[in-house]
Design a protein around this ligand. Structure first.
Ligand SMILES: Nc1ncnc2c1ncn2[C@@H]1O[C@H](COP(=O)(O)OP(=O)(O)O)[C@@H](O)[C@H]1O
Ligand SMILES: [Mg+2]
Length: 375
């Protein structure tokens, strides 16, 4: 078995998997990779970067990249076949390429390699997984796939605000919102809001069919879901949501590494920082709306909810996962809502969460390696 080969090398090994790049060697957030390599050093884990092009399942060595601090350079050199593979391929399109899928599938089949987070999530798939399990269902907003105009009219009868979201979207891209409006001065009962070149664009409509046609013109060929709009709790008139990082621990159990908050820009329909949003402290924001005692209670419930949700997502996905970030809404009555989970979490800017996130990736990798040894 490939496993015996590793016994020769002194250190356990972790490969960060990404794709080749013609202009800058390989893709991904290089600072992020570097931080992980450094954290690995502290824990005695040999961490390096490998591209799908160089990855070889059958050899005991392959070409990878190591960073040399003295030269301030990444260098391509022979590295041992890894025991753990951490998938950080940054884009869906790249991950879907046949040659990339070949590598991922080979890792999944391999008995000597642990691969975690084998793919991106899809917002509709996530919803169907979580809505069908009784533990996670209470956190799910009413959601339908956008298949025909009646999907929109059906939800419009039940909810005053709807969100339209591309199933493969990220960073707020392509998100639209439908509001019921008082017709005064407008030629429609419904307002459709969407972002176009960093500006909000509004259109007014009377029927779901009209909304559908307008959406269809701007969807860019993407599949969408339509979702109940949650009346998010506010801080000084600004909506915010919570971003939780959930990771496996050194014991291989799901745990919250940290919870941050993203406050929306004044007129924004999402809370993304590049869209005018900003970072803030969840406890402060929730205390403003609910008081200190209830704020503490809500955060505790959010912590429990995201662990439940992560456990269910991993179970339904049928794939080993090591981490995910989650966007969570808290409404004005203190109810907790799931918006989405991301299997390639972005770097958290909160230093404490950031530090923990790195340590946990390393500790979980060591756990995977050691649990195999014991078997
Ligand atoms: N159903 C909803 N009700 C209220 N706000 C929502 C809803 N869905 C999304 N949002 C807002 O839009 C943001 C982006 O939505 P999300 O589902 O996370 O998509 P993306 O992949 O673009 O980040 C959320 O963080 C939240 O602020
Ligand atoms: Mg999001």
């Amino acid at each position: 078995m490939g496993f015996t080969l590793h016994e020769k090398s002194s250190k356990p090994t972790l490969a960060i998997l990404t794709v080749k790049d013609s202009s800058r060697v390989f893709r991904g957030n290089l600072d992020n990779f570097l931080d992980l390599i450094r954290t690995g050093e502290r824990y005695g884990l040999d961490v390096y970067v490998v591209t799908t092009k160089d990855f070889s399942i059958s050899n005991s060595e392959m070409y990878g990249y190591r960073f040399h601090p003295s030269a301030k350079k990444w260098s391509r050199e022979l590295v041992p076949s890894p025991q753990v593979v951490y998938n950080r391929i940054p884009y869906r399109k790249m991950e879907m390429k046949p040659e990339v899928q070949q590598t991922i599938q080979a890792c999944k089949r391999s008995t000597s390699i642990h691969l975690f987070n084998p793919s991106f999530f899809n917002k509709w798939t996530l919803f169907s997984w979580l809505n069908s399990a009784k533990e996670s269902k209470p956190f799910m907003p009413d959601t339908l796939q956008m298949n025909e105009a009646s999907d929109v009219s059906q939800l419009l009868q039940k909810h005053p605000v709807l969100y339209l979201k591309p199933v493969k979207g990220k960073a707020g891209m392509g998100i639209m919102r439908i509001d019921r409006v008082n017709a005064k001065g407008h030629s429609g009962h419904y307002r459709l809001s969407r972002l176009h070149e960093k500006k909000m664009v509004y259109s007014y409509h009377n029927t779901a069919d009209d909304i559908w046609q307008e959406w269809d013109r701007h969807r860019g060929g993407q599949d969408y879901i339509v979702q109940q709009g949650i009346a998010l709790t506010r801080f000084k008139e600004r909506a915010y949501d919570l971003r939780a990082l959930v990771q496996k621990t050194a014991k291989g159990e799901w745990n919250v590494s940290g919870i941050g908050a993203r406050v929306a820009g004044k007129a924004s329909i999402t809370t993304h920082v590049p869209r005018g949003g900003s970072i803030d402290e969840p406890r402060k924001l929730l205390t403003y709306a609910f008081g200190a005692k209830e704020a503490k209670n809500i955060l505790k419930r959010v912590g429990a909810a995201v662990v439940t949700l992560a456990t269910q997502i991993e179970k339904s996905s049928g794939n080993p996962l090591g981490e995910m970030s989650m966007d969570i809404g808290v409404d004005t009555s203190g109810h907790i809502w799931f918006f989405e989970a991301n299997s390639k979490p972005m770097k958290f800017d909160e230093p404490r969460i950031r530090q923990k996130s790195l340590e946990r990736i390393i500790q979980y990798s060591l756990h995977l390696i050691n649990s195999r040894r014991r078997r």
